[in-house]
Design a binder for this molecule. Sequence first.
Ligand code: SF4
Ligand code: SF4
Length: 352
Amino acid sequence: MNEADAIKALAAEHGFALHGLAAVPPGGQAPQAEFLAAWLAEGRHGPLHYVAQSAAARGNVHARFPWARSVLCVGAYYGGEPRGQWGRDFIAHVARYAHGRDYHLVFEKRLKSLARALLDAGHVTQARYYVDAGPVLERAWAQAAGLGWVGKNACLIHPRHGSFLVLGEILLDRALPPDAPATDRCGTCTRCLEACPTQAFTAPGQLDARRCIVTWNLEQKGLVPEAQWTEHHGWAAGCDVCQTVCPYNAPARAPQPDPELAAPRPWHGLSLAEAIGLSKADFDRLFEASALRRAGWKGLRLGALTAAGEVRQEALRPALEACQSDADADIRARAAWALSRLEAAKPEPEGR
Ligand code: SF4
Ligand code: SF4
């Protein structure tokens, strides 16, 4: 087995079903660095200030790691099956990537162990791992490493595993033979562009984060202007629409999900009404090691209230009314809005 294959075999042993190598060019420039620069220049990152702040490092890995020669890209399928009943169960209003144990924790542990194994085996003398939060253009590197292509929905799509994937990468100080980059297989399909409920795509693959529900309910923790509350289309945390419509995510094609990422979590039985009235203590207990901690206790309740304003179920009225005496003014305002939407949905009494 050559060195590149030995490294990828170690990645597989560490639980990464998808793995591939990309070469860092002599100048350190990341693939699709020009795309990132144009995206930022047009302001389409909106409130994602951390992307702009780390732009130089994202565009060129040598800005921080002049020793990087290769990128080992890894990924795993977290499971794309729907859970819960819309309007009744909180989980039905949550993007699927957040259903399982926080993938940052899962991947960090595996990547740390993998990096250690690569060092111990003498494959490299320096290794730096990242998952999501680092200044690495991870989808672009993953495409270069052959894991899939960045589709018109701006997600990385593997031809067999689809796009319900999480990614990680390790920068290595060893020049290794790269895998063949993946080629775009979107073809003439435009389903994701047409299905996006907020028209967040300005062109194929061009996402305007200012129009994306994920920005509103996770990055901005639900604290967005009232005009946007009706535009969440029932999503309490995240949004999966541009992925669920993708033919590469058809249920019949779904592979076996990563068992650690797909395992049930303590909050899965929570109803939408219970999420609205969630106490801080229950948030801390039920959402321990969950990616939903990113939204925070208040952000998660705001998301549930926003979803309630969309589904307009009478069964949610007691939970909404209870929020009217909540200590938090944002919670009170969102509950009052959801109640007004419930009233507006009532059938008119028949006239005489
Ligand atoms: S996540 Fe939702 S709102 Fe964002 S681009 Fe996809 S479909 Fe549109
Ligand atoms: S829905 Fe169609 S256009 Fe969009 S990412 Fe999937 S294959 Fe590509």
